[in-house]
Ligand binder design. Structure first.
Ligand SMILES: O=c1[nH]c(=O)c2[nH]c(=O)[nH]c2[nH]1
Length: 307
């Protein structure tokens, strides 16, 4: 929302970043649930006087935004998805304050997972997993909605069924062609749901939590293939595309998906001295690296026919 101000184009927003909250729910059977969220809020609002005239009368204090996170977490008497909490907060800011036209709420959920002790799910014990679930809700005063979910830090590795051949060779190329290598990546996925209004989102409890787990499973299963045979990957690019396509084919309410898949290199180890070889690489000993890494990213969207 750009405004013309004193002959300039002016755009502004304000909010609170990284508000951390944990919420516990306990049912009558003594079964506990916990979530830990890191919430970032950004409001687009009519508050030019604060910038231009030392007049803060239209400002929602960022401290109030932070407090709202705790107040709304308290009000949620039932466990809810991170997406539903983002929507609830964004809806509050756009409906409660006349000045606020758009609220952007992004939340990262920490992967607390229930532990099993002696094969039994623990009533109140959790351990931290690895990848994180993200959600972003952008809500307009009109009720228009953009909802995006994601995965960050999903580390995947397979020890075979990967190769890279037929690429451009020139005077700077040294990489050998191969049909046998390790493939490792840390997937960042971001998918947009097709719901475009607060009034059209599914009301089923934990709908988006279930969807998140289902999308993650499709992504992981497509990367690895069948448990015995696997699936051959001719490039990170090809595997990324298969993962994106499988997601859109499987989930009708996902409108688009963006995937970032760094190619994390495991370098074959060959060592020799003047007397001859010490270690001869036989697809067994690797030097793990984290940088430099290849960076491969793409997005796939449905082409919506405008009737
Ligand atoms: O799957 C790959 N894609 C590339 O674009 C690339 N480039 C490279 O050096 N190795 C690889 N591997």
């Amino acid at each position: 929302m750009a405004k013309e101000v004193e002959g300039f184009k002016f755009e502004q927003r304000h909010g609170k970043e990284r508000v951390r909250v944990a919420r516990v729910w306990k049912n009558n059977q003594g079964h506990h649930f916990v979530v830990e969220w890191r919430v970032s809020i950004s409001l687009l609002s009519d508050c030019l006087n604060s910038y231009l005239r030392d007049d803060n009368s239209d400002i929602v204090a960022t401290d109030t935004m932070k407090n709202t996170v705790y107040a709304k977490a308290k009000e949620c008497s039932e466990i809810l998805s991170v997406e539903d909490f983002a929507i609830l907060l964004a809806k509050h800011f756009t409906s409660f304050y006349k000045q606020v036209t758009t609220a952007i709420v992004k939340i990262v959920e920490k992967p607390w997972e229930r532990v099993n002790v002696d094969g039994q799910p623990h009533e109140h014990g959790f351990k931290l997993g690895s990848e994180e679930h993200t959600a972003e809700a952008i809500v307009q005063k009109s009720g228009a909605l953009q909802l995006t979910s994601g995965i960050e830090g999903l580390s995947l590795l397979k020890t075979t069924k990967s190769g890279f051949e037929g690429f451009i060779r020139d005077k700077y190329t040294v990489l050998p062609e191969t049909r046998e290598r390790m493939l490792a990546t840390e997937v960042t996925a971001l998918w947009r749901y097709s719901y475009e209004s607060l009034y059209s989102i599914p009301q089923k409890p934990l709908y988006f939590t279930e969807k998140y787990l289902d999308v993650k499973k499709v992504i992981v299963d497509t990367f690895f293939g069948h448990p015995k045979e696997g699936v051959y990957s001719p490039s990170v690019q090809s595997t990324l595309y298969q993962m994106a396509k499988a997601t859109l084919n499987r989930f009708p309410d996902v409108a688009s998906i963006q995937l970032k898949m760094p190619n994390i290199h495991f370098i074959p180890v060959n060592l020799s001295n003047k007397d001859g070889p010490i270690v001869k690489f036989d697809d067994d000993v690797y030097l793990p690296t984290d940088e430099p890494h290849g960076s491969i990213e793409a997005s796939l969207s449905r082409i919506l026919s405008k009737m």
